[in-house]
Design a protein. Structure first.
Length: 535
């Protein structure tokens, strides 16, 4: 079952595919593509130049780039230089970038001309940042070595091409939904173990696949699947710079792609868009014909599977997406600290919709009572803890947080879950997100699952707000579907029919968009800020 042939040093995987499929396109974006043969050469050149620029083994290189082939090449080149990649969201604020450059002690950064002036200003706050490498995006206005020149010219130094895959290879920062982001130390072995234990055997990822990836590459889910696992499998991938519902649907309907990873909100928007387009097409046909209109464009030719992770997948969305497109949408649960995947639904053997599947083979997974540490009974809620080869080395520069999270080899996820008698796990919330109303625990996700079934609601989010007598009560935020309005009383009546009285939201707030991270997690503190009297 475990595809151990996929767990190899990055340089070895590059050489293997350059030899076997050198002219095959490996990665492509809207601007350019790169073959496996050229990928080996270009990343080797870049790695040598990083050494020439003074990046020593074990030092850090920041990647502040939009989704692109450049991003991929910079990541692999950093590994071949024996250095550690530090992905940073291209949309990060100045303070977020500064914090990561300082915390990870970055010695070099690969970025764009658009960000060159900002990065130059930040050098005074990150004194060890000695090299700024600029990609060809927009007008040339920054000073420093050009990415394109380094990739095509031979350096003085050879790539170091480390053979060890057990040292830290990546510092991936958590989404910071509950506090300041932490740098998670991940290894090549741990990341590729997920490819070998999950993506290849469960989802069938292979060299025959052409993947459409709308995921933000700086996130661990995309780094694992869209970057490293695509390389390990020898597949081809098209990288969207940003997720666009219209563009993604058009690309999928072209029949080229076999696999698409995403987060629940992406699949929600794809389904909504397809229904709207097909509804308009059906209405247009019926205007000219008395026969019953038939929607023929709902199918996505060639697409064999969609994968969802990063946030909880509502059962209703899963069911409706599969029914409409006739494409399996497999949901899984993963976190940065475990190099992503912990559980996954399989395409065979039956599923429990709303569940995130069963543990990935080879992982030890337990649900425990947070107070006693004892295993919870089947069906009872508890904290999910994980042990396996994909668990992080620790948090960068945070020994106390590392000791609190890693106990006796087990990673304490902080996520609440329950398991049925067949081993299917359902994530019910987070310990820190529980709303405690008069001593009774309320999981925001349970309310959101119910609210999302209300037809006028496109998306929702729930947070706890202070209450003078009860301590906390739920506040509900909702986004209306296009062309529809939301009646607050009707939403609450819908909730009352399916939830216990103590779980009912105290208030309903209609907003334009639920704030989410790149992986689809709700940024709940931003919802609370909307209720602040100073806002």
């Amino acid at each position: 079952m475990l595809r151990t042939d996929l767990i190899e040093p990055i340089p070895e995987l590059l050489r293997r595919h350059a030899d076997a499929r050198g002219t095959k396109v490996a990665y492509q974006d809207s601007r350019r593509s790169v073959t496996y043969g050229d990928l080996l050469t270009r990343t080797g050149n870049l790695a040598g130049h990083l050494a020439d620029l003074g990046v020593a083994p074990g030092q850090t290189v920041a990647l502040l780039l939009p989704n692109s082939v450049d991003w991929i090449e910079a990541c692999f080149a950093t590994t071949r230089a024996g250095a550690i990649s530090v992905p940073i969201s291209y949309e990060s604020s100045e303070s977020e970038i500064t914090y990561r450059l300082q915390d990870a002690d970055c010695r070099a950064i690969v970025t764009t001309d658009e960000k060159s002036e900002l990065v130059a200003q930040l050098r005074s706050q990150a004194p060890n940042l000695t090299a700024i490498i600029l990609t060809d995006r927009g007008a040339e206005r920054g000073e420093g070595p050009r990415f394109s020149d380094l990739a095509r010219t031979q350096p003085k130094s050879r790539p170091r091409d480390p053979s060890s895959i057990d040292a830290a290879g990546y510092i991936v920062y958590t989404s910071g939904t509950t506090g300041r982001a932490k740098g998670v130390l991940l290894t090549v072995r741990g990341m590729l173990w997920v490819a070998a234990a999950c993506w290849a055997p469960i989802c069938g990822l292979s060299d025959k696949d052409k993947v459409l990836s709308p995921l933000p590459l700086f996130h661990s889910y995309a780094l694992n699947l869209s970057v490293l696992s695509v390389l390990a499998a020898g597949a081809t991938e098209y990288i969207m710079e940003k997720f666009s519902t219209a563009e993604a649907l058009e690309l999928l309907r072209g029949g080229t792609f076999t696999l698409m990873p995403g987060v629940p909100t992406m699949f929600h928007y794809l389904l909504q868009r397809a229904r709207e387009e097909d509804g308009k097409a059906a209405a247009s046909r019926s205007f000219f014909s008395r026969s019953k209109p038939k929607v023929t464009d709902a199918k996505l030719p060639g697409l064999r599977m969609c994968i969802s992770a990063g946030a909880i997948m509502p059962a209703t969305l899963n069911r409706e997406f599969e029914a409409y497109f006739s494409v399996p949408l497999l949901d899984g649960y993963g976190i940065t600290e475990t190099s992503t995947m912990v559980t996954m639904n399989w395409p065979v053997g039956g599923r429990v919709l709303g569940s995130c599947g069963i543990p990935v083979p080879g992982l030890a997974v337990r649900i425990i009572d947070p107070a006693t540490g004892h295993d919870a009974l089947v069906g009872a809620e508890g904290e999910l803890i994980v042990r396996g080869p994909n668990v992080m080395l620790g948090y960068h520069n945070k020994p106390a947080e590392t000791d609190a999270a890693l106990r006796d080899g087990w990673y304490r996820t902080g996520d609440l879950a329950k398991s049925d008698q067949n081993g299917f796990l359902t994530i019910t919330g987070r310990l820190k997100e529980l709303i405690i109303r008069g001593g009774q625990n309320i999981a925001p996700a349970e309310i959101e699952e119910v609210v999302n079934k209300f037809p006028p609601v496109l998306d929702s989010g729930v947070v706890g707000i202070p209450h003078e007598h009860l301590g906390e009560v739920p506040a509900l935020f909702v986004v209306a579907r296009a062309g529809m309005s939301i009646d607050n009383d009707a939403v609450l009546k819908h909730c009352a029919a399916q939830l216990s009285a103590y779980k009912l939201p105290q208030s309903v707030h209609v907003i334009a968009e639920i704030p989410r991270t790149g992986s689809g997690k709700i940024i709940r503190f931003k919802l609370r800020e909307m209720l602040s009297p100073n806002k």
